[in-house]
Design a protein around this ligand. Structure first.
Ligand code: PLP
Length: 372
């Protein structure tokens, strides 16, 4: 016996269809406007999203990777610098450091939360260290107070990678409002996702904000006049208009994720499965619902046979990927990260997912372990 249809990991189309009329109207508005790059929609979305986060300035850019790259660039990061981050992240976090020519220093995570371990940050600091990039992975905010404390003691910048944490809170304060700068992605699968690529850099510092604005468009201070070297990384009007609509539903859709996560937890914990940790004073937004599973690969195959799509975020830690061999890490260097990569499994979860599907996935997980 198997499920009657495929239970997908994430259904971005369902997100579009749930507010189709509003999105279609926003798209039509932009098409009619004749302004497709850096117009009113981008300006309005920058204001609306930065207000939502409680940060002074937001600058719309081409992607989350470029948002991180730009944030590093305006901190003056160059090839002699080291940036501390985790290996257990999307490769984009590390790629952005590479784009500045700087050296990524990859440290281990706290295996219970999958997040950067502040104690390990301190040990990784050298005279070349210039910044820390905490990643709020899966929608759970890193320990920003401890990280800020360490950064201030050593004169380091903090750049938050918020690609997976739109709307996540720590002590009632938004992720993205704790660092010197923060970087968001609006890739379609994200909690706040466009219908294409997009990103944003946020900061309270007017000088840093101004420099991001210059660099995202050839370093122009005024049209055709470059103040500093820049390139092209702009959020476009269509995506900004779509994101303005979707921002209105972000809290509601995060709440829907949270309800499904609670249902998973109620069912799976009773079976002894390690579920995501959520402790006060943090609010998880469950970009992904990641369990740590015994016999993970066999479980994934079993679920696939039953029509349930699961994913692994991420199967090979960045420090063990061929592209980053040049950094000189070996198997065994980051034990918690390496162990997690073998045990983690992202179960289906998206705001429109029927609760009956959550029940069904949990039931099949239970049957897998009962059958063993
Ligand atoms: C943790 C993390 N950082 C950075 C990025 C990069 O974002 P983008 O795909 O918009 O470049 C992503 C998304 O893929 C991500 O998940």
């Amino acid at each position: 016996m198997s499920v009657s249809r495929l239970i997908v990991n994430n259904d971005v189309r369902a997100g579009y269809l749930s507010i189709k009329d509003e999105i279609d109207a926003a798209v039509a508005r932009v098409m009619d406007s004749g302004r497709y790059i850096l117009g009113e929609e981008v300006r309005a979305f920058e204001d609306e999203f930065s207000s939502y986060l409680g940060v002074r300035f937001g600058i719309g850019v081409g992607s989350g990777t470029e948002a991180l790259h730009l944030a590093l660039r305006v901190c003056g990061i160059t090839s002699t610098d080291e940036i501390i981050t985790v290996s257990h992240t999307a490769v984009a976090t590390v790629a952005a450091i590479g784009l500045c020519g700087a050296k990524p220093v990859l440290i281990d995570i706290d295996a219970s939360t999958f997040l950067i371990d502040p104690e390990r940050i301190e040990r990784a600091i050298t005279p070349r260290t210039k910044a820390i990039i905490p990643v709020h992975l899966y929608g759970y905010v890193a320990d920003m107070e401890a990280i800020r404390f360490i950064a201030d003691r050593h004169g380091l910048r903090v750049i938050e990678d918020c690609a997976q944490s739109h709307g996540a809170l720590l002590k009632g304060r938004q992720s993205g409002s704790w660092g010197d700068l923060s970087a968001f992605s609006f890739y379609p699968t994200k909690n706040l996702g466009a219908l294409g690529d997009g990103g944003m850099v946020l900061t309270d510092d007017p000088e840093l904000a101004e420099r991001v604005r210059w660099i995202r468009q050839y370093g122009w201070r005024h049209r055709y006049v470059s103040e500093i070297p820049g390139f092209n990384s702009r959020l476009d009007e269509l995506q900004a208009a779509i994101l303005r609509v979707k921002l209105k539903y972000l809290d509601q859709r995060n709440e829907a994720r949270r309800q499904k996560a609670q249902l998973y937890a109620a069912r799976l914990k009773a079976m002894g499965i390690r579920c995501p940790v959520e402790e006060d004073p943090k609010r998880h937004v469950y970009h992904l619902y990641v369990i740590q599973a015994r016999d993970r690969d066999a479980l994934q195959t079993f679920l696939k046979e039953k029509g349930i799509e699961t994913l692994i975020h991420y199967p090979v830690p960045v420090h063990l990927q061929r592209a980053y061999q040049y950094l000189g890490y070996q198997q065994g260097d980051l034990p918690a990260t390496e162990r997690c990569s073998k045990e983690i499994l992202s179960l289906p979860l998206y705001p429109e997912m029927p609760e009956s599907d959550v029940e069904e996935v949990a039931a099949w997980v239970g049957r897998f372990y009962q059958g063993q």
